[in-house]
Ligand binder design. Structure first.
Ligand code: HEC
Length: 149
C-alpha cells in the first residue's frame, strides 16, 4: 500500500520497528470511539493545525475533577496525570473542517508515550522519548490545554 504523507516530518513506513505498535495505539483509541469522549476545541498556537480538537478519556476527566479516591493518589495527582491517561488531538484548519494531523499522548509509567499520524492515519512519530516533549514541557505535566486541580 502506498501512503502519501501530508506532514513535514520525514515519512515513516513499515520499516520502523515501532510501526505496528503505533498502528495498534490508533486502533485502540478508535475502538474506544474517542470522538465520543469529552471534547475541547482550541483555536490554538501549535504545529498541529490552526485548531486543535482535543478528546480526553475518562481517566483524564476524573483527574481534572480531582476524583481520585485514595488519599495517596490524590496527593500525587495534583502534580501528575494518572497512569493510562489518554488524550487525542485532531489538528484542523477550522473547528469543523477535516482532520489534517492526529496526535496521541498516553501516560506510560511516569512518562508519556507520544504518537503522531498524518491525515490518512499513517504513523509518523511514536515513542516515549520524542521531540514532542520539548514544546509540551511548558504544560501541566506536559499537557498544554488542561490543568490539574
Ligand atoms: C512547538 C510546540 C509543540 C510541539 C513540537 C508539539 N506540540 Fe502538541 N500541542 C502544542 C500545543 C500548544 C497544544 C495545545 C492545543 C493548541 O494550542 O493547539 C498541543 C496539544 C497537544 C495534544 C492535546 C493535549 C494537550 O497537551 O493539550 C496532544 C495529544 C499533542 N499535542 C500531542 C503532540 C505530539 C504527539 C507531538 C509530537 C509528535 C506534539 N504534540 C508536538 C504544542 C506542540
Amino acid at each position: 500500500m502506498v501512503a502519501l504523507s501530508l506532514a513535514c516530518d520525514p515519512p515513516s513506513g513499515p520499516a520502523d520497528a515501532w510501526d505496528p505498535a503505533a498502528r495498534a495505539l490508533l486502533a485502540q483509541v478508535e475502538q474506544q470511539d474517542y470522538r465520543s469522549w469529552t471534547e475541547l476545541a482550541v483555536e490554538g498556537d501549535s504545529p498541529h493545525g490552526a485548531w486543535s480538537i482535543i478528546f480526553t478519556d475518562a481517566t483524564v476527566d476524573a483527574a481534572q475533577m480531582g476524583e481520585m479516591g485514595e488519599m495517596g493518589e490524590m496527593a500525587e495527582m495534583a502534580e501528575s496525570w494518572p497512569q493510562g491517561s489518554t488524550l487525542v488531538c485532531e489538528g484542523r484548519d477550522q473547528a469543523e473542517s477535516d482532520t489534517i494531523s492526529l496526535q496521541i499522548m498516553q501516560r506510560d509509567r511516569g512518562g508519556w508515550l507520544w504518537a503522531q499520524y498524518d491525515a490518512a492515519g499513517e504513523p509518523l512519530v511514536y515513542g516515549t522519548d520524542s521531540a514532542c516533549g520539548h514544546c509540551h514541557a511548558a504544560g501541566v505535566d506536559f499537557v498544554r490545554s488542561l490543568t490539574l486541580p
